[in-house]
Design a protein around this ligand. Structure first.
Ligand SMILES: Nc1ncnc2c1ncn2[C@@H]1O[C@H](COP(=O)(O)OP(=O)(O)OP(=O)(O)O)[C@@H](O)[C@H]1O
Ligand SMILES: NC(=O)c1ccc[n+]([C@@H]2O[C@H](COP(=O)(O)O)[C@@H](O)[C@H]2O)c1
Ligand SMILES: [Zn+2]
Length: 320
């Protein structure tokens, strides 16, 4: 754990480094002169990338996963990259646990398996089973915190590995001024930010009484941020305008327009399956095959949790 003094130290060094960049022009140095004087990195060194690294986390039922769920990630990544400020390093699909008690929600093991099949060909989207392997349904803010913490842990172990490596080479510089500075700079820059990825209907659900706690919405917005993809039937920008909380944190919401509109939803996929209609090209082929092999989604599965109150509603109305 870094103490306040050390953070202050990092900040000062960062300020000093920032100041060295315009220094080059003030001193009228050529690039090679500046390199010699360590003001600029040499040409053959990798250019520094100031973009904030982002991990996109999509939560939901994925009952079953559709091609639209996968599109959300591609749209969000393109959008964030186009801002020039962010670099998306990973996408995570986190299916909700069975304790969510949504009508028609089939077992998490099947939803997880289908999501794994659907993302098999992606080199950046993965599926995480942590949320759905919990005994009880959990608030989305806890899932975001979990993944942010995981990144923080990975980051810390990365930097200790670097120290071990240096020790191995008998370069015991880790306590030196330069080393501390480099580690501070690396850690504060490298630490990626988890952001919640959702469709406009999920954003609108934030306003439903008893579904989300106000403090959770505030934490999601202020500590993580939301990337929201427009969806037919929802008006995200109007919802942001009408909600005082969302309006206050609108700078933490990235609204992404899907121009190639497509009204695919898991509800419609399940409906088609109940009616014996094809779902080919709406979900990946491997998922179609999995559904057929396991005979998922029928009249009976649609009645699962029927008459049971959705867990967040039950929990929040109990506590209010
Ligand atoms: N066509 C779509 N456009 C935009 N967002 C979508 C679309 N389909 C799903 N999403 C988003 O994907 C996330 C997971 O959604 P979910 O698993 O509920 O899928 P769904 O298609 O909405 O399913 P269901 O019909 O069962 O509610 C949510 O944030 C949802 O808004
Ligand atoms: N209070 C909360 O944290 C809260 C409330 C409602 C839904 N959710 C989440 O939003 C997602 C909604 O998924 P569906 O659109 O499939 O119902 C799920 O991941 C669910 O856990 C979170
Ligand atoms: Zn939905």
């Amino acid at each position: 754990m870094r103490n306040i003094k050390e953070w202050g130290f990092c900040l000062n060094i960062w300020k000093i480094r920032k100041c060295t960049i315009p220094l080059k022009s003030r001193l009228h140095l050529s690039s090679s002169e500046a390199v010699q004087q360590s003001l600029l990195p040499p040409q053959n060194m990798e250019k520094s990338d100031d973009r904030r690294e982002v991990v996109l986390l999509a939560t939901g039922s994925f009952n079953p996963i559709t091609v639209m769920h996968l599109r959300l990630f591609e749209l969000a990544r393109d959008y964030l990259h186009e801002t020039g400020k962010y670099k998306v390093i990973k996408g995570i699909i986190s299916p909700v646990g069975d304790g969510y008690k949504k009508k028609g929600l089939i077992e998490a093991s099947h939803r997880l398996a289908m999501a794994n099949l659907a993302t098999k060909n992606s080199n950046w989207i993965e599926v995480d089973s942590w949320e759905c392997s919990q005994k009880e349904w959990m608030e989305t803010v806890l899932v975001l915190r979990h993944h942010q913490q995981k990144l923080a842990n990975a980051n810390t172990s990365d930097s200790s590995e670097k120290v071990v490596h240096k020790k191995g080479h008998k370069r015991k510089r880790e306590n030196s001024y330069q080393d501390k500075t480099d580690r501070c700079l690396q850690e504060s820059k490298v630490m990626p930010q988890v952001k919640l990825l959702c469709g406009a209907d999920m954003l609108e659900s934030l306003g439903k009484p008893n579904l989300w706690k106000n403090e959770d919405v505030i934490e999601i917005l202020s500590s993580f941020g939301i990337v929201c993809i427009t969806r037919l039937g929802s008006n995200a920008s109007n919802f942001i305008y009408e909600s005082d909380i969302l309006w206050k944190y609108k700078h933490m919401i990235h609204l992404v327009e899907e121009w190639i509109t497509n009204d695919i939803s898991s509800t419609k996929i399940r409906r088609a399956l109940r009616r014996g209609m094809s779902i080919r090209y709406l979900v990946p082929d491997s998922v179609v095959e999995y559904i057929e092999n396991h005979e998922l989604y029928n009249e009976r599965s649609e009645e699962r949790n029927s008459g049971i109150i959705l867990e967040p509603l039950a929990r929040n109305s109990k506590n209010s």
